[in-house]
Design a protein around this ligand. Structure first.
Ligand SMILES: Cc1cc2nc3c(=O)[nH]c(=O)nc-3n(C[C@H](O)[C@H](O)[C@H](O)COP(=O)(O)OP(=O)(O)OC[C@H]3O[C@@H](n4cnc5c(N)ncnc54)[C@H](O)[C@@H]3O)c2cc1C
Length: 391
């Protein structure tokens, strides 16, 4: 019986396994993940700000798959593609016939000096919890330090992650002010972004609404300010210096370093795959989610890295692995976006939805849409029990 190795238990990997199980594919399925749990990456900013706990956005992978799947909790070091073996940190090498590589994303520094040393980023549960603990510790420290930089938070980047994080941070300010006895209006939340336009993927009126919302809630927005260096407690952008004892880096992502370590032809650890999502010249070796780069046939541009696309790719990759096992031809990946939702804290947001027409939403109702999206994802990847637990 053929072995299918699925690497990564995020949106892409776990969905692939669920799909293979659902379609009763006749193969030995092995899922490798570095934690026993799946986490909802799309909600990491909520853990970083302290709106949610790690338990709210995680569930046990073993409970989400059945006995036909071998779950291996280990870290993938590299892939010996020539000999079709996955090299693991602790266990024996894992031999495979078919590979679905879904190892996800890491933070991208774009080579800016001092980012790794002097800023925080969140790309998984541990790093999101670390950001939250750092914020609470630094604010608590103000009582003895009286250092106003303890009250300042700089968010570097105003992409989706940065904007969603800012929304959660402004939501927390009243609680922090009360809990730590901070001077009223003493906290400063500053956002520094190289691009002139914030949230360019949304219609102009929605991005303007989002920026107005954050500004009204006290965020100091600095678009058009390219960060050149981060020093201890200082973010430097051109002639400007932003002083803060909490600096959070959210400017973008790259794929897992395992891609580079495994000799793929890659850019920022993302591999351009063929239309069926397999690596050119390597049928049976699929890359999906944030480690893949898929050109949109209509525009020629690469699709952005999103959970929505990762999930759609997983369905396509699972069907194509099944086709290869059955000796059928693989099918091209086709994607139709259902839109974009950007939360601004737990109760507000903006959304551009393409379902049953085109909808532009802002304000309270978006939080309901976001909740439905999150619940649907948990429901599809796990079970109702986890969905209810996350509410
Ligand atoms: C704050 C935030 C908000 C977002 N909001 C949205 C949104 O609203 N909508 C949307 O569509 N997208 C959103 N995204 C993007 C989305 O989260 C990613 O595109 C998506 O997570 C990619 O899925 P993936 O399965 O490729 O990778 P991941 O979700 O990163 O999963 C990778 C998995 O592999 C595991 N892993 C990593 N390295 C190893 C290793 N070496 N060995 C073993 N296991 C390993 C990880 O633990 C993880 O389980 C958001 C991202 C962030 C950070």
């Amino acid at each position: 019986m053929a072995t299918i190795a699925v690497l990564g238990g995020g949106y892409a990997g776990l969905r692939t396994v669920k799909r293979l199980m659902h379609d009763k594919v006749d193969a030995h399925i092995v899922l490798v993940n570095n934690h026993p749990y799946h986490y909802e990456s799309t909600q990491l900013h909520e853990v970083a700000a302290g709106t949610k706990t790690s338990a709210d956005i995680t569930f046990d992978i073993r409970e989400a798959v059945d006995h036909r799947v071998d779950v291996v909790i280990d870290t993938v070091v590299s892939i010996d593609r020539e000999n079709k073996r996955v090299i693991l940190e602790h266990g024996e090498p894992l031999a495979y016939d078919y590979l679905v590589n879904a190892l996800g994303f890491e933070s991208e520094t774009f080579g800016v000096k001092g980012v790794k040393e002097h800023s925080l980023s969140f790309t998984d549960i541990d790093s999101a919890v670390a950001v939250h603990e750092h914020i609470e510790r630094t604010l608590a420290n103000y009582a003895t330090s009286h250092d106003e930089n303890d009250l300042h938070i700089v968010v570097c980047g105003a992409g989706f992650t940065g904007i969603e994080l800012l929304g959660e941070l402004v939501h927390q300010v009243p609680r922090w002010t009360k809990q730590y006895g901070l001077p009223e209006g003493g906290m400063r939340i500053i956002c520094v972004e190289a691009g002139k336009k914030i949230l360019p993927m949304l219609p102009e009126d929605l991005s303007t609404w989002a920026v107005d919302f954050l500004t009204k809630h006290g965020v100091e927005m600095h678009p058009g300010t390219a960060i050149t260096e981060v020093k201890p407690g200082v973010v430097i952008g051109g002639d400007l210096e932003f002083h803060a004892n909490t600096v959070i880096w959210t400017t973008g992502v790259r794929g897992s370093h395992v891609i580079n370590d495994s000799g793929y032809d890659q850019k920022r650890n993302r591999v351009v795959v063929g239309e069926d999502l397999a690596v050119e010249g390597h049928p049976g070796e699929f890359l999906i989610g944030d480690v893949s780069a898929v050109p949109d046939a209509s525009s020629g541009r690469l699709y952005p890295t999103t959970a929505q696309i990762a999930i759609a790719q997983a369905d396509a990759a699972a069907a194509n692995v099944a086709a290869l096992i059955d000796g059928r031809p693989t099918q091209p990946f086709v994607f139709k976006s259902v839109g974009t939702v950007c939360s601004l804290g737990p109760h507000e947001g903006v959304a551009s939805i393409d379902m049953l027409g085109h909808w532009k939403l802002k304000g309270h109702k978006v939080s309901l849409v976001k909740k439905l999206v999150n619940d649907r994802s948990v429901l599809e990847l796990a079970h109702v029990k986890e969905m209810l637990a996350s509410n």
